[in-house]
Write a protein that binds this ligand. Structure first.
Ligand code: G4P
Ligand code: NA
Ligand code: NA
Length: 194
């Protein structure tokens, strides 16, 4: 997605060989116009999948997921990372290990909002090692819903998540695929669909 890649080139800050900071439009301040375009792109790319629900994870997955849900006219569910005071019954949970932060968290979704008839699109802001996506997949499968695809805003293609998910047979659509962050520079995978 050219608009997204331009934004990353202009505003992305390479913090290290593995970490890209995009706080000006995705992870802290949010650019709603760009998010809407991202939502439209996901909607087009998954148009033939009969999507009935979108599942994401708080917090940074919510903005792109909501815009996709708006375009596709389907509800958006976000997995919680912390226990909620009101969300206590009939929880589907999964453990997610972050290699980056070296911590394991339990994420949860109420089983009230996912049924075996759902065709689910999983959306997240970043794909690194894929552990958040694996946790969301686990939860969707516990609800016996079908995973119709995975939509990622920024995939770090030099980390293992993309390969891991595609090897499991999931259709992963990443709107920008970063090939490298070396020498302080963002290089994209020269792939016409990225
Ligand atoms: P994984 O799910 O792919 O295995 O990723 P990992 O544990 O490495 O990611 C932990 C957190 O860091 C996630 O956000 C993820 O989106 C984010 N992240 C991973 N790589 C990058 C990167 O290069 N740049 C940025 N900006 N974020 C990255 P989170 O802590 O769950 O936070 P949030 O959703 O509340 O923002
Ligand atoms: Na995230
Ligand atoms: Na994040």
């Amino acid at each position: 997605m050219e608009l997204l890649k331009e934004k990353i080139k202009q505003e992305g800050i390479v913090l290290s060989n593995t970490v890209l900071k995009v706080d000006s439009f995705l992870n802290h301040q949010i650019d709603p116009v760009l998010m809407l375009e991202i939502g439209k792109e996901f909607s087009q790319r998954f148009a033939d999948k009969g999507i009935t629900k979108i599942v994401t994870i708080e917090s940074s997955g919510i903005a792109p997921a909501v815009m996709a849900g708006l375009q596709m006219n389907v509800p958006v569910i976000f997995a919680r990372k912390r226990k909620s005071m009101t969300l206590i019954n009939d929880l589907l949970t999964a453990k997610v290990h972050s290699f980056t932060k070296n911590e394991t968290n339990e994420i949860s979704v109420s089983n009230k909002y996912l049924t075996e008839n759902d065709q689910v699109l999983i959306i997240d802001d970043f794909l690194a090692n894929g552990q958040a996506a694996i946790g969301l997949i686990d939860i969707v499968q516990q609800a016996k819903a079908n995973i119709a695809g995975i939509g990622i805003v920024i995939e770090k293609a030099f980390q293992e998540g993309g390969q891991l998910l595609r090897d499991k047979g999931f259709e992963v659509v990443s709107l920008a695929r970063v090939a490298s962050l070396e020498e302080g520079k963002v290089t994209f995978v020269s792939d016409k669909t990225a």
